[in-house]
Design a protein around this ligand. Structure first.
Ligand code: G3P
Ligand code: MG
Length: 246
């Protein structure tokens, strides 16, 4: 277990400030900054031509005016879609950002990033390798913590860029969480807050792991989790949660 080489904030804006602006867009990242957040979480996957874009779903339908699998669309198509109009008319025309465009913006804003590697099925290693290549090419202006539910992606990230810190994403904490985290060389666990217990947080922290929880939008729940010792809260409403934590 190595230490996390970056300083984690208490609050991380989930897909940006995604209650106020369309998720995983630069508008949401700017809004997170305006709302006082210093880090964002965002999802990274590959286009058909192997470019990293910041996007959550496997298909384009919910959050753009396109349709079909992201994995079938080249960047020339994905990058021309409207990823803001579904959220509110004022965001119409907001594009799907590439990972590079996102890192550029975050560097300008002085923000850090939890990059969740979210591969389309079958592209676990490829997505991780492209993500770490983009991060490495970008340099050190943006502190980065990688994470993924896909253990093959975490293993590929570890193999390609062992210096980049990794967190294992889980829903219910599995009994063998420690063995999994050790095998993947993770420094953190990113856990669904809903089924989490105080004892689980204590065990992970006692073993030297950072504990990040998602997605917490309720002030009382944030205070309770903070009291249990979680290191960071991933939220759609970063200002509200920062205010709740005082
Ligand atoms: O990284 C925390 C959280 O984003 C994981 O779930 O589906 O919102 O990407 P999801
Ligand atoms: Mg995510």
């Amino acid at each position: 277990m190595s230490d996390l080489p970056v300083a984690l904030p208490r609050v991380i804006a989930h897909r940006g400030a995604s209650a106020a602006a369309p998720e995983n867009t630069r508008a949401a990242f700017r809004r997170a900054h305006e709302d006082g957040a210093t880090w964002i979480e965002c999802d990274v996957k590959l286009t058909a031509d192997g470019r990293c874009v910041v996007f959550h779903d496997d298909t384009l339908d919910r959050t753009t005016d396109g349709a079909g699998p992201v994995a079938d669309a080249p960047l020339s198509v994905v990058g021309a879609l409207d990823a803001g109009g579904w959220f509110a008319t004022e965001f119409r025309g907001e594009p799907v950002p590439t990972l590079e465009e996102t890192l550029d913006l975050l560097a300008d804003l002085g923000m850090g990033a939890n990059l969740e590697i979210k591969p389309c099925p079958g592209r676990e290693r490829e997505t991780a390798e492209a993500t770490v290549a983009a991060v490495r090419a970008f340099g050190s202006a943006v502190p980065v913590l990688l994470s993924s539910f896909a253990e093959d992606s975490l293993a590929a990230a570890r193999d390609a860029a062992p210096e980049l810190p990794r967190g294992l994403l889980v829903e219910a904490v599995p009994d063998d969480w420690r063995a999994r985290a050790e095998r993947l060389g993770c420094v953190a666990l990113h856990v669904d807050a809903a089924p989490l217990t105080a004892d689980q947080v204590a065990a992970m922290r006692a073993a030297g792991y950072k504990v990040l929880v998602w997605t917490v939008n309720d002030a009382a729940e944030a205070r309770r989790l903070s009291g249990w010792g979680v290191d960071a809260i991933i939220t759609d409403v970063p200002r509200k949660i920062a205010d709740a934590l005082g």
